[in-house]
Ligand binder design. Structure first.
Ligand code: ADP
Length: 529
C-alpha cells in the first residue's frame, strides 16, 4: 500500500477524532453537535475512499464502497449549511430542515442505479460513473456550498467583534479547502485526477484545529485531552488484538479497562475545570459590567451633588447677607429677642454655607476638577490669621487657643494659600467643636525639609481604630458627643486631598478617647508642583 491510498484513511481518522472530541467537549452545544455531524459525513467520505481504492479490482465491492462514500457525502451540504446558520446566528431553521429532507431524498436515489452505476478505473484509482441523480446532487451541492460560504463571509464582513471575525475567517478557509476537496467528484465524469482532494480534507481539519487552539472556536483543552486519551485507548485496543496468547490478552484486556476508566475520569475532571473556568469568566464579565454601572452611578452622584450644592449656595448667601444686615441695624432698631433669633439664622446659614462648600470641594476632587493656584506665601501668617479668627469662638466656649512659634525662620512656601487656610480652619474648628474644656495649642515647625503645622487639643480624642477612617468621606465618629454641630464628615477628607495635591499629608495622633488629639499638616518646603 502506498501513501496515496493511505491519505484518505489518515484524513478519515483525523476528521473522526476531531469530530468526536468536539462533540464530547460540549455535547449540549448545537454548534459542537453540528460540527460533529459534518465531520461524520466527511469521515464516511474519506473512509469509503480508502476502501474503494483497495477494491478497484472487484467491481461489485468497489461500487458498494463508493455508495458508502455517498452515504456520507450526501449529508455534507445539509450539515455544512446547518453549521454556518448556527455560527452566523442566522435563524433559518426552516431551510436547515429542508436541507436535511433533500439529503434524505438523495439518499433514496442512492439505492437506485440512477445515482451512480458502472465503474471507471483510472491511473490512481477508480470511481463509480455519475448518473442523473448524481448530476442533480452536484448542482444542489454547489448551490448550498455557495450559500454557506456567502453567509460566513457576510458575517465576517459585518462582525465588529475582532475575535469573531478571525473565527469566521478560519471557518471560511476550512470550508474553502473542503470545496477544493469536492473536486474528488471529477472521476465520476471520467475525468482523471490525482487524488489530491484528500489533502484538502487534512488541510481543512488542520485549519479548524488551529482555529480551535488559537481562538477557542471550541474548547481546546478538552479537545486536546480527549484526543490524547482516544489515542491511548486505540493503542491499548490494538495491543489486545495483537496479543499472542490468552494470558497476554487477559492482561492487555484488564489494562484496557483500566485505561478506559482512567481516561473517562481525566476527561471529566478537565470538563469540570473548564466549566468552572467558564463560570468564573461569566462572573468576571458580570462584575466588570456592574463595576462600569457603579462608576456611572458614582459620576451621576458627583454631578448631582455639584449641581445641588451650586443651587443651594446662592439662596444661602442671600439669607446670610440679609441676616448680617439686620444684625448690623441696616433695617432699623430691633428688639433683643428678634436679634437673638436672627443671630441663630445667621449662624446656621454660615454653617450650612461651609457644609455646602465642603460638598462642592469633595465633588470637585472626585471629578478631578479641583483647581489650585500655587504662589509663594508665608505659612506662619496664614496660620496666625486663622487662629486670630477663632479666638472669639474659643473664648465663648471657655477654651484657651494659643499659637506657638519656633525661633527658626520658615521660608515662603509655594502653595495655594486659600486651600491651605481651609485645612487649618478645619483643624481649629474641629478642635473647638470636639474639646469641651482645656486648651488648643497651634504650632508651626520646620523639621528638616518640611514644615509641620500641629493643632493639639485636650478634647474627645480618637481611638486608634478610627484614626484612618476619619479621613474618609462622610465619616463622623463622635456623633453623639457633637449633637448640634453641623458637619458632614467631609472636612478632613477634603483636607487630606488638598495636602496631597501640595505633595504633603495630614494625619492625626491621639492616645485614644478622652485623651485629646493632635492634627498635623506636613508640607514640603520645596514643592515640586
Ligand atoms: P465633621 O467635623 O464635619 O464631622 P471632619 O471630616 O472635619 O467632619 O471630621 C471627621 C470626624 O473626625 C468628626 O466627625 C469627628 O468625629 C472626628 N474629629 C475631627 N477632629 C477631631 C478632634 N479635634 N477631636 C476629636 N475628634 C475629631
Amino acid at each position: 500500500m502506498d501513501i496515496i491510498s493511505f491519505l484518505p484513511l489518515i484524513s478519515a481518522i483525523f476528521v473522526f477524532l476531531i469530530g468526536i472530541a468536539i462533540l464530547l467537549a460540549n455535547y449540549r452545544s448545537s454548534i459542537n453537535l453540528t460540527f460533529f455531524l459534518f465531520s461524520l459525513a466527511v469521515f464516511l467520505w474519506f473512509l469509503g475512499t480508502f476502501f474503494l481504492f483497495q477494491n478497484c479490482g472487484d467491481k461489485a465491492a468497489a461500487i458498494f464502497w463508493d455508495k458508502f462514500i455517498y452515504f456520507g457525502v450526501i449529508f455534507i451540504p445539509a450539515t455544512l449549511f446547518h453549521f454556518s446558520v448556527i455560527f452566523t446566528k442566522n435563524h433559518k431553521q426552516k431551510y436547515v430542515i429542508l436541507n436535511y429532507l433533500i439529503s434524505f431524498i438523495f439518499l433514496g436515489f442512492l439505492f437506485t442505479p440512477y445515482f451512480v452505476n458502472d465503474l471507471f478505473i483510472y491511473e490512481y484509482g477508480c470511481h463509480t460513473v455519475a448518473n442523473f441523480g448524481h448530476n442533480l446532487f452536484l448542482i444542489y451541492f454547489g448551490i448550498v456550498l455557495l450559500m454557506s460560504h456567502l453567509s460566513i463571509y457576510k458575517s465576517y464582513k459585518k462582525s465588529k467583534d475582532l475575535n469573531l471575525k478571525k473565527e469566521a475567517r478560519l471557518i471560511f478557509v476550512a470550508f474553502l479547502a473542503l470545496t477544493i476537496g469536492s473536486l474528488a467528484f471529477l472521476p465520476a465524469y471520467k475525468i482523471t485526477i490525482f487524488p489530491s482532494p484528500y489533502l484538502a480534507g487534512i488541510i481543512s481539519v488542520i485549519v479548524l484545529a488551529y482555529g480551535i487552539g488559537k481562538y477557542q472556536l471550541f474548547n481546546v483543552k478538552v479537545i486536546a485531552t480527549e484526543l490524547l486519551i482516544f489515542i491511548i485507548w486505540l493503542a491499548s485496543l490494538v495491543k489486545i488484538l495483537l496479543a499472542k496468547n490468552s494470558t497476554e490478552r487477559i492482561f492487555e484486556g484488564s489494562l484496557f479497562i483500566f485505561v478506559i476508566i482512567f481516561g473517562i475520569l481525566i476527561i471529566r475532571s478537565v470538563l469540570n475545570e473548564v466549566k468552572r473556568k467558564e463560570e468564573m469568566e461569566k462572573l468576571s464579565r458580570k462584575l466588570a459590567a456592574a463595576n462600569a454601572r457603579l462608576k456611572e452611578l458614582d459620576k451621576l452622584k458627583s454631578d448631582f451633588v455639584s449641581i445641588a450644592s451650586h443651587q443651594l449656595r446662592s439662596p444661602l448667601t442671600v439669607i446670610k447677607g440679609y441676616g448680617s444686615m439686620i444684625l448690623e441695624g441696616s433695617f432699623g432698631e430691633i428688639s433683643k429677642d428678634v436679634k437673638n433669633a436672627v443671630d441663630k439664622i445667621y449662624q446656621s446659614s454660615e454653617r450650612l454655607i461651609s457644609f455646602v462648600n465642603d460638598l462642592l470641594d469633595a465633588s470637585r476632587i472626585e471629578r478631578g476638577k479641583m483647581e489650585y493656584n500655587f504662589e509663594k506665601a508665608d505659612i506662619f501668617e496664614i496660620v496666625s490669621s486663622v487662629v486670630e479668627e477663632f479666638q472669639l469662638a474659643a473664648k465663648k466656649k471657655g477654651l484657651i487657643l494659643e499659637l506657638e512659634k519656633e525661633i527658626i525662620q520658615i521660608p515662603p512656601l509655594k502653595l495655594d494659600a486659600n486651600k491651605i487656610r481651609q485645612i487649618i480652619l478645619n483643624f481649629i474648628d474641629n478642635a473647638i467643636k470636639y474639646t469641651p474644656r482645656g486648651n488648643i495649642n497651634v504650632n508651626v515647625l520646620k523639621i528638616g525639609e518640611r514644615v509641620e503645622i500641629k493643632v493639639k487639643d485636650t478634647g474627645l480624642g480618637i481611638d486608634k481604630k478610627d484614626q484612618e477612617k476619619i479621613f474618609d468621606q462622610f465619616m463622623r465618629i463622635n456623633g453623639k458627643d457633637t449633637a448640634g454641630s453641623i458637619g458632614a464628615g467631609l472636612g478632613l477628607y477634603v483636607a487630606r486631598q488638598i495636602a496631597r495635591a501640595h505633595g504633603g499629608e495630614v494625619f492625626v495622633e491621639s492616645e485614644g478617647q478622652g485623651r485629646g488629639s493632635t492634627f498635623i499638616l506636613k508640607l514640603p518646603i520645596e514643592n515640586k508642583k
